[in-house]
Design a protein around this ligand. Structure first.
Ligand code: ADP
Ligand code: MG
Length: 607
């Protein structure tokens, strides 16, 4: 995405809050202007210090505030000197008050806006995350996605507003000071402006050199860390291969580089500040020379001179901010790219329109082929030409070596991925023709790693049910042999999973997952290595729970330990993405093929 559309899109996020944004920017502008006016008051103060200086309060107030002075004068008929005595402090007080109010409003509005936009973006991102296809999560790490939602969303809203804020605040201030300078003495102002580009050039040049040096210093530090990391991490290798001298030499080299760069950096910084001081001194001398000429010609009062110099100094900071605005802008745009990238990421295809309340459970895979990376046609497919007809209520076990495609096949049923070729039918209809949520409503999944959410045990069993039914939860838990240990928890079913001290064993977690599947009561069940992580004792209990769960459902069970699936109606042996053989346990053993070999190997291992 280009930066301009990116930035306009970022600004668009603020449009729902246009009113607040407008008010905030007005407040920011007012706060900026009060600064300009406060410095302008120096003129009145200094001129009032001269005995003959005070002629009339209104004249002293000068410029923008003359009208106020006149108005106050008319209200209070006192001598001019007395008037000046309290007019100036009163004006300063009024300006200070205005500054307080407007800067509070500006800061408050900014915080409100950036947090609101941040929350909006996070909401949109999370909405996406819940609907992203599996492929997204395969391709990007959890950490990246987390930081997109936490860090990048924050950066975007902060930077987006910051840039607008700075642009308004500092351009108003700069313009204000310019007006101030020109109204005090336009000739002097023109003279100063002519010097400005010269100063700016030197400052920019010096800054660039510093930045380059900082970058190399950073790289050198990275190099040092790398050498250290390698030597410490590989200390055994270093010792056994006698690499001490080599490592020492490498380390000395990077330390030397670091040292040289650090000194160079310090020297450049010192030189820079010297040159800039010198330059400022020279400029100041020139300005003062010209100002004195003007004063001697009676064109400039001491007050005007002080106010002029004050405004000139004060003007530096807003100008500097304006020239540096690109920095936060770029940072914000980088974050915006990441945030909008996530918000725009394509979601799962859900084009099917067929509703499905409860499937019978007849699954049919017709020459199913699948590749994880559809673009990479040279890579071996994860599944090739898999045809399998699973009758409603049948239990089919998938066995085979690791990487043979069992999990992949199971993932295609709930459409975690879509087939690359062929098709999968449920009750005679292509699964892509059903509504995605309806299709997934037919399938319960228990896999090796059990995901428990930070909620009560009951809520974890009834996960996804908007109106959990306590009686059914308990029934599911009993059937899953989970009721007993749940009752033993401090608060029974209401025990929070995330609570300190709630340490569930692998078998207990597994039985919770089975209870969850039982509660869902779906016609199709997928068990992917549901018992592989368990010891034999808990496996027996879990196995019993599983057998209850499988009753009356179409079940696809993937098991590493063949002893657990001997009773399956059919055993399908997979090998490098295809079906090698299929049949009952006895038939496959008699056949003496791959299954028989796997079975013999495992039997030898366990006995
Ligand atoms: N998310 C993924 N992205 C890319 N390739 C994958 C992914 N998951 C599995 N594979 C590959 O697909 C093949 C089948 O894997 P899988 O179905 O997990 O095997 P099994 O469950 O039988 O051990 C393997 O070659 C594996 O490397
Ligand atoms: Mg697997």
């Amino acid at each position: 995405m280009q930066s301009r559309p990116l930035y306009s899109r970022l600004l668009l996020q603020f449009t729902p809050y246009g009113g607040v944004l407008g008010a905030t920017l007005v407040a920011v502008a007012i706060a900026s202007l009060t600064d300009v006016l406060l410095i302008r008051q120096l003129q009145n103060v200094v001129d009032a210090l001269r005995p003959q200086g005070i002629t009339h309060g209104a004249e002293v107030a000068g410029g923008v505030l003359t009208a106020v002075g006149h108005w106050i004068d008319r209200l209070l008929p006192v001598t001019p000197a007395q008037a000046a005595l309290w007019t100036i402090p009163a004006i300063i007080m009024a300006l200070a008050f205005l500054r307080m109010v407007s800067s509070f409003a500006g800061d408050y509005g900014s915080a409100w806006l950036s947090n609101r936009v941040q929350a909006d973006l996070r909401g949109k991102m999370f909405h996406r995350i819940l609907r992203l296809p599996n492929g997204y999560f395969d391709a990007s790490s959890t950490g990246t996605t987390l930081s997109r939602v936490t860090f990048d969303a924050n950066q975007v809203s902060q930077a987006g507003l910051n840039v607008v804020n700075v642009a308004v605040r500092d351009s108003v201030a700069t313009a204000g000071y310019l007006v101030s300078l020109f109204t005090i003495d336009w000739q002097l102002a023109v003279f100063c402006l002519a010097l400005l580009p010269l100063v700016a050039l030197v400052v920019i040049f010096a800054g660039r050199r510093m930045r380059r040096l900082s970058e190399s210093a950073q790289n050198a530090m990275g190099e040092l860390t790398r050498v250290l990391d390698e030597s410490i991490g590989g200390q055994r290798v270093v010792k056994i291969f006698g690499g001490q001298d080599y490592e020492q030499h490498r380390f000395d080299e990077v330390v030397k580089l670091n040292r040289q760069l650090a000194v160079k950096h310090a020297a450049t910084a010192a030189m820079n500040s010297g040159i800039i001081m010198m330059l400022i001194g020279a400029t100041l001398s020139a300005v003062i020379y010209f100002a004195l000429l003007r004063a001697q010609a009676n064109a400039l009062t001491p007050g005007a001179f002080v106010a002029f110099m004050g405004s000139l100094m004060a003007m530096q900071s807003p100008i500097k901010n304006l020239t540096k605005i690109n920095e936060p802008l770029q940072r914000g745009l980088a974050a915006a790219k990441s945030v909008f990238g996530l918000i725009d990421a394509p979601i799962e295809t859900d084009t099917g329109s067929r509703p499905l309340t409860r499937a019978a459970g007849h699954l049919e895979l017709q020459q199913v082929g699948f590749r994880y990376d559809a673009g990479d046609v040279d890579a071996a497919p994860a599944l090739r030409e898999v045809s399998l007809d699973i009758a409603a209520g049948e239990t089919v076990a998938l066995v085979g070596g690791s990487g043979s495609g069992k999990t992949t096949l199971a993932s295609l049923l709930p459409r975690f991925y879509d087939v690359t070729s062929g098709r999968i039918m449920l009750d005679g209809v292509d699964v892509r023709d059903y509504r995605l949520s309806d299709l997934r409503g037919q399938i319960a999944l228990v896999s090796q790693d059990v995901v428990l959410f930070n909620d009560t045990l009951a809520a974890n069993i009834a996960y996804g049910d908007p109106a959990p039914d306590q009686a059914r939860i308990e029934a599911a838990a009993r059937a899953a042999y989970a009721h007993e240990f749940i009752e033993r928890q401090p608060k029974g079913y209401a025990t929070e999973v995330g609570e300190n001290g709630l340490r569930l064993s692998g078998g207990q977690r597994q039985r919770l997952a089975i209870a969850r599947a039982l509660y869902k009561d779906a016609p199709i069940l997928i068990l992917d290595e549901a018992t592989s992580a368990l010891d034999t004792e808990s496996e027996r209990q879990v196995q019993a729970a599983l057998e209850r769960l499988m009753k009356g459902r179409t079940t696809v069970v993937i098991a590493h330990r063949l002893s657990t699936i001997e009773n399956a109606d059919r055993i399908v042996v997979m090998n490098s993405g295809g079906i090698a053989e299929a049949g009952t346990h006895e038939a496959l053993l008699a056949q003496g093929g791959l299954y028989a070999r796997l079975y013999q190997t495992q039997k030898q291992l366990t006995s």
